[in-house]
Design a protein around this ligand. Structure first.
Ligand code: F6R
Length: 342
């Protein structure tokens, strides 16, 4: 499919457009998912989702979104190897936007060797060519997007359809995705101004982000987007785990840190209590503290609301720092260097 972003140089500042188009991307992703030809499987014992960076983060959301309905465990694999137990009863989703990411290609090759049941999700590259030649099920994503991290809607929705059509989860998600994209369309202007205010607080501070355990995927996405778009370091941790270790580290002058708590109004009561009680520790030691609440009905909608808000935060932070949110030259350079050692 021909896209508007094929010539990157002529489209400096495409990230703003890609983020703004997130609701349209979700709609297009639904159309792709509905049309995808995926064989229904029997005897799947576990699902292994393999993918790196922008093509890997979707798996964290999928795992959480299907946790109440999945009949089999969902495992995430971010390495060259796959576990020894993976066999013909393992459904492997190989997710790489470019189709040329070496870790994902190696994991895919290992899955082939171990006779796993495979679905490839990609816009092309070696992964798509090999999977098609081998006769595996595939979901083709639109080619020509310059940044896999801006294709989260495509990879996430494709993974949900792959799991549904192969028989591992019911289709609970279509309506929720429609609610999400409608809300984001309506609220985008408001979200942008909220994001700009958050970004202003991050310019001269490093964000440390917290949330309930189930917010882990969203926190990871915020971190990765701050890293790649805004060229900013950040870290995250979840409750209750942080109450058992990291909380002790909060002692000393941490005025250079900004604590951002991502919260859902219906987070589990015990998690909310822990977050409320820990607030005073942050307020005592950190340079700033803020809470950001999700909006929406389903957990999927609330999570993608926060994802979209975080994408805008990373965009505005890049702008405020004078960084170009489009480029990730250091990743490209590293990939080029690695090729020399093939
Ligand atoms: C770049 C980005 C990266 C890539 C990662 C894997 O926008 O987000 O994190 O996603 O290097 O590449 P793909 O997605 O092509 O497998």
């Amino acid at each position: 499919m021909g896209r508007k972003f094929l010539n990157i140089e002529e489209n400096y500042e495409y990230m703003e457009k890609l983020i703004a188009e997130f609701p349209d991307q979700l709609q297009e992703a639904l159309d792709i998912g509905r049309k995808a030809l995926i064989e229904s499987r029997k005897d799947i014992h576990e699902v292994l989702i393999c993918g790196m960076g922008g093509s890997g983060v979707g798996a964290h959301f999928v795992k959480d979104f299907v946790s109440e309905t999945a009949q089999v465990p969902i495992l995430i694999n971010k390495d060259y190897e796959i576990p020894a137990f993976a066999d013909e009863h393992t459904l492997v989703l190989a997710s790489s936007y470019s189709g040329n990411t070496e870790e994902t290609l190696a994991a895919y090759a290992a899955a082939k060797k171990q006779n796993c049941s495979i679905i490839a999700i990609s816009s092309g590259g070696e992964l798509m060519a090999d999977a098609q030649a081998a006769g595996f099920d595939t979901i083709s994503l639109p080619a020509g997007y310059p940044a896999p991290r801006a294709c989260l809607g495509f990879s996430l929705v494709a993974q949900l359809f792959a799991l549904h059509k192969s028989g591992c989860v019911p289709n609970f998600f279509e309506e929720q995705i429609i609610d999400t994209l409608e809300r984001i369309k309506l609220e985008q202007e408001d979200m942008r101004s909220k994001a700009e205010q958050i970004a202003q607080l991050m310019v001269d501070r490093l964000p440390v982000m917290y949330g309930a355990n189930r917010t882990d995927a969203t926190l990871l996405r915020w971190r990765q987007q701050l890293n790649e778009n805004a060229k900013h370091l950040a870290w995250h941790q979840v409750f209750p785990e942080m109450n058992h270790n990291e909380i002790v580290g909060w002692k000393g002058d941490y005025s250079q840190l900004l604590v951002v708590a991502l919260r859902h109004r219906d987070d589990p009561a015990r998690h909310q209590l822990r977050m409320d009680l820990t607030r005073e520790v942050f307020q005592h030691w950190a340079g700033g503290y803020m809470e950001v609440y999700s909006r929406g009905g389903s957990f999927l909608e609330k999570s993608l609301y926060l994802v979209h808000l975080g994408d805008w935060v990373s965009y505005y932070l890049a702008e405020l720092k004078g960084e170009n949110p489009d480029e990730v030259k250091v990743i490209d350079h590293l990939k080029e260097q690695l090729k020399k050692y093939d």
